[in-house]
Ligand binder design. Sequence first.
Ligand code: ATP
Ligand code: MG
Length: 449
Amino acid sequence: MKQKINYRLALIALVAVMAAAVSITLVYYRLFQDQVRKDLKVQAQLLCDTELFQNLTEDPDGIEDTAGFTALAKLENDNLRITWISQSGRVLYDNDTDPGTMPNHLDRPEIRQALETGAGESVRRSDTLNMNTFYYALLLENHTILRVSTQARSIFSVFLSAAPVILIICLIIIGLCVVLGHYLTAQLLRPIEMMAEQLDNTTAVPVYKELKPFADKIRSQHENILSAATSRQDFTANISHELKTPLTAISGYAELIENRMVEGEHAVHIAEQIGHNADRLLSLINDIIKLSELDHSELPRHFSEVDLSEIAGECCRNMQVAAAQCGIRLSFRGSPAVIRGERELLKELVENLVQNAIRYNRENGYVRVSVTAEKGRAVLTVEDNGIGIPEDKQGRIFERFYRVDKSRSRETGGTGLGLAIVKHIAEIHQAEIGLTSRVGAGTTVTVTF
Ligand code: ATP
Ligand code: MG
């Protein structure tokens, strides 16, 4: 990662330096070219003003004898080439080359332009690759043409001469980038490393605020993992404990039988007890299996359109006998309420709630189950006038293995897993559970889908 950042920084710097160098050279070269042109123009005008060429007949030999030649000689030193050309394009004078050897100049663009408009200019690349020649031609009053030219460096050569400096700057910047990249990544990563070291320390604040969401998320996940591990441990401990009780009883009874200590009526009682404890074990194991299935919430669920009222009605009919045995009136009232859900799970939910309402009831108590559709939402209500749940315990009854009155619950075969299963099923169906209860008056549980 650090290396990547270093590379990128260096690349960005390199591109930036190159772009700056190229664009500065371009701008500079333009100005430079303008200046060269302007200078040429001024010099041509100056020469013209000396009237040196104006007064000459087309006889170049006379130039050296004129007064203006001093000025001309001076201009020569400035790398200035002066050519005097006749109207027909013949070179009459050139301060650099013998005019006799020079070709007709009528085809030169600056000459043609000067003949047409009075002045002309052009730029040509010289034989030497790195130089450009700038020309400026002026039509004189005697219809001859005065042309001045000078050589100036081409953009390529300007750029080449800047290359060593650019290279040095690039190297310095790359060096800077490496150092900076190192420092930046260290600064960036240090808080993350620090955070990893002190995940448990909830008071530690991230060094920069951009890290806060990340830190919070990681921390909450970490806490979740820890609490899941703890609750799994608790769960295992609870299971072991719950399994132990009926198994100890069964093995005790087996020992009695083995030692031939049971006879007649007593034997029947012991067989009953063994059966009772075995049932407890079975129901406990069933609940655990159910819960562990529900725990895998990532499993795809087989949801379909189901009528909650039909499911609840069926459950109530099935539990009528059990309720009657406990001397409890179980009634059901429902209007069609179609929801998306899984039939088996919903049945389980209703059964658990109704079972609780029967189990934690009193002599001649009642259980009223209803399904209504309110504001487009299906609401299941299970109401009883049983023993109720103390206010301070109401928050905990949905925990696994939690029972308000352990002895009473165990007597009636409860393991404390029923409401944990209910809560799970409600979550899967995105339903909300409501609970109101008063000790001695009864309990009402609502599930809103
Ligand atoms: P299980 O349902 O697994 O056989 P359980 O009934 O003891 O066992 P839950 O259904 O989870 O477990 O209920 C937890 C506790 O909440 C119960 O032990 C009981 O103390 C209390 N409780 C639940 N429903 C009612 C109710 N309708 N009236 C009074 N107390 C209740
Ligand atoms: Mg229960």
